[in-house]
Design a protein around this ligand. Structure first.
Ligand code: PGA
Length: 249
């Protein structure tokens, strides 16, 4: 069985005061029945990791460079994330692909660097609204999978997140059938590439406007093993019901 994971992506939100939300979440779910992860901005990673170190909630980065060190002003290596307490890193998020022009090839190199540094690589894929309207959803995601995922992975080092770009931060969510179609394809793709046993064990997340109100029905879709949550991960009161829905799924 894939591990169930509720992952929060704080994006470029949060200064010192936001640590209180993580403290509240840790107090509210001291023994979650699923894996819980918070990916804060890099400026909070070390402090958040220290704050959560005694409990089961883990921390992650939102991006890393493909190199281990060097002349890359403003960038952060996977090794540095691990040193700051991270256990995972989100890679190839659509906002990075759009804002920074990240290609599938770059995401693959970053994923390899993350795994080499001992991190779980959470690789994001997803179609734009225009690609869905054109009927290209599955082919776009297949190309992202084949280009972005490393050849050498285990179910403990790779998580794949399906995040339709048009559903992120918009309040628009695909139908359950649309989520099912894509997750079924991703599972088949992973089985074909890595072998049935490995492919079946990899955690697949859905992301895009997940909230307490829609989490249960999304988690009931086959091959949805958790969520990558943006806006609703910023407040403990909003993230907690999603974690509880995953526990109950
Ligand atoms: P959202 O973001 O939950 O705010 O839609 C999800 C994401 O971008 O990971």
């Amino acid at each position: 069985m894939p591990r169930k994971l509720a992952a929060g992506n704080w994006k470029m939100n949060g200064t010192t005061g936001a640590l209180a939300e993580a403290r509240a979440l840790a107090a509210a779910c001291p023994e979650p029945g699923v894996s819980v992860l918070i990916c804060p901005p890099a400026t909070l990673l070390s402090r958040l990791s220290d704050l959560l170190a005694a409990g089961p909630i883990t921390t992650g980065g939102q991006d890393c460079h493909g190199a281990t060190s060097g002349a890359h002003t403003g960038d952060i290596s996977a090794e540095m994330l691990a040193d700051a307490g991270a256990g995972s890193v989100i890679l190839g998020h659509s906002e990075r692909r759009a804002d920074h022009g990240e290609t599938n090839g770059e995401v693959r190199i970053k994923s390899e660097a993350a795994i080499a540094a001992g991190l779980v690589a959470i690789v994001c894929v997803g179609e734009t609204g225009a690609e869905r309207d054109a009927g290209d959803t599955l082919s776009v995601i297949e190309a992202q999978l084949s280009g972005s995922l490393p050849d050498t992975i285990t179910p403990a080092t790779l998580v794949v997140a399906y995040e339709p770009v048009w559903a992120i931060g918009t309040g628009r969510v695909p139908t359950l059938d649309q989520i099912d179609e894509v997750h079924t394809m991703i599972r088949a793709n992973l089985r074909a590439r890595y072998g049935a046993e490995t492919g079946d064990e990899i955690t697949l997340l859905y992301g895009g406007s997940v909230k307490g109100a829609n989490a249960s029905e999304i988690f009931a879709v086959a091959d949805v093993n958790g969520a990558l949550v943006g806006g609703a991960s910023l407040k403990a009161d909003d993230f907690l019901p999603i974690i509880q829905a995953l526990e109950a799924s």
